[in-house]
Design a protein around this ligand. Sequence first.
Ligand code: NI
Length: 191
Amino acid sequence: MALLKIARMGNPVLRKKTRELTASEIRSEPIQKLIQDMRETMLDIGGIGLAAPQVHEALKLAIIEVPDSSPRYPKYGGAEDLGFTVFINPKIRVLDAKEQGFWEGCLSVPGLRGLVYRPRKIEVTYLDERGKSQKLEAEGFVATVVQHELDHLEGVLYVDRIQDRTKLAFIEEYERYWLPTEDSDVGELPD
Ligand code: NI
């Protein structure tokens, strides 16, 4: 296993078109190792999601693990968690287009938070790490995490989706001026 280097905003690999993986590729040793290394890297940094382009691989592959304790804002379904999940060749369908706002962060955009609105409920079809077809319904916090990670597979960063650019802040200023409270109608999604 190995810790992988994270590509930061400005690195063209984050904007490249990614390619799908075949079933036999998924089961191959290099891809299985990549998945393990990505997991180790994500755990080491304390992140909740990581997409292959962020570790310099232009592949349709992302991992997510939302521990129970991570969501801090119950009004957006904060009790939800998601065990370690590997999304390969994912396709998203919006189930509820009503948007919810989260202050998002990204390992590829260190030191910043930005307010992004996304649909509140989605369905994802994808292949898992064994190449098996899977379907996941997600809402609230987990829905935003999934959309953020799968955006990486399209070369999209959360900063592209910020509508109001006055809501892009360094973490220190974010914590001073914008930190959501229990009464806020937005939540927080860390790196
Ligand atoms: Ni990200």
